[in-house]
Write a protein that binds this ligand. Sequence first.
Ligand SMILES: Nc1ncnc2c1ncn2[C@@H]1O[C@H](COP(=O)(O)OP(=O)(O)OP(=O)(O)O)[C@@H](O)[C@H]1O
Ligand SMILES: [Mg+2]
Length: 261
Amino acid sequence: MTKVIAFANNKGGSGKTTTCSNVGCAMALLGKTVLLIDGDMQLNLTISYFDEEQAHAFAESGKNLFTAIREERSLSGFLTHTPFEGLDMVPSTSLMSGIEFELFSKWQRETVLRKCLKEVKERGDYDYILIDAPPTLGVWVMNILCASDFVIVPVEASPWGLFGLANMFEFIEKAREISPQTEILGIAVTKADERKKYFKQTLETLKSLEGTRLFGQYVRVDSAVEWSQDQSRPVVAFKKTSRSAVEYMNLTKEILEYVDR
Ligand SMILES: Nc1ncnc2c1ncn2[C@@H]1O[C@H](COP(=O)(O)OP(=O)(O)OP(=O)(O)O)[C@@H](O)[C@H]1O
Ligand SMILES: [Mg+2]
């Protein structure tokens, strides 16, 4: 059975895309088949694997998520291979900036993505489908949550990283009214700086949240992440020995343990 995992947090820059990209690639390196869906108009997940020219080609050809959603077609016709074995993607385009408007007039507008994903999910070609959400809380993110079995909330260990987290959890609860199977898998701490006193305090706060798992493996700040993104590669493949690559690999194994239970 294919399992769908969303990476969502309305706080911008919390590490959603970096985590989605690396967990997906790590899963593929561990022998799983994975589909990545770039749900953000910023195209960050798309350019984590493809250069700008290729991203432009996805926009021109219509082989992108926006076209699929607007035309309410199965995502099976919008899949692209990444350079990694067992790892495919549905790329984004900047047209995704208009997705809220497109959804507004659609019948059952919160579950359009779920319907577009149905065939791919039921076919079972992928072990996991990972969706990168934008930093918003609108109908589109509601679509992402309603199409998912699990939600991972990446949180940056900074003073503002926790601000607004309650809104995110309330929003997930609302999604669960439409899609009761959607479950919060856990919080993943990103961009951690152990030298900062604030980091430990953040970790303690997150640990104390009742009923929400905090993944044991956090990912520290590492310049290898940015170097890898500059080369359109996830760090787990770009520099396997870097600390962030090791940490993302461990985090992935932890995620797999809970998802496969
Ligand atoms: N472990 C890390 N070490 C260093 N930089 C990192 C790390 N993780 C993420 N970053 C950087 O932090 C920034 C935000 O990360 P990312 O784009 O993954 O967050 P996001 O939540 O997807 O952002 P948005 O809300 O805009 O979609 C990026 O510039 C990324 O390169
Ligand atoms: Mg992002």
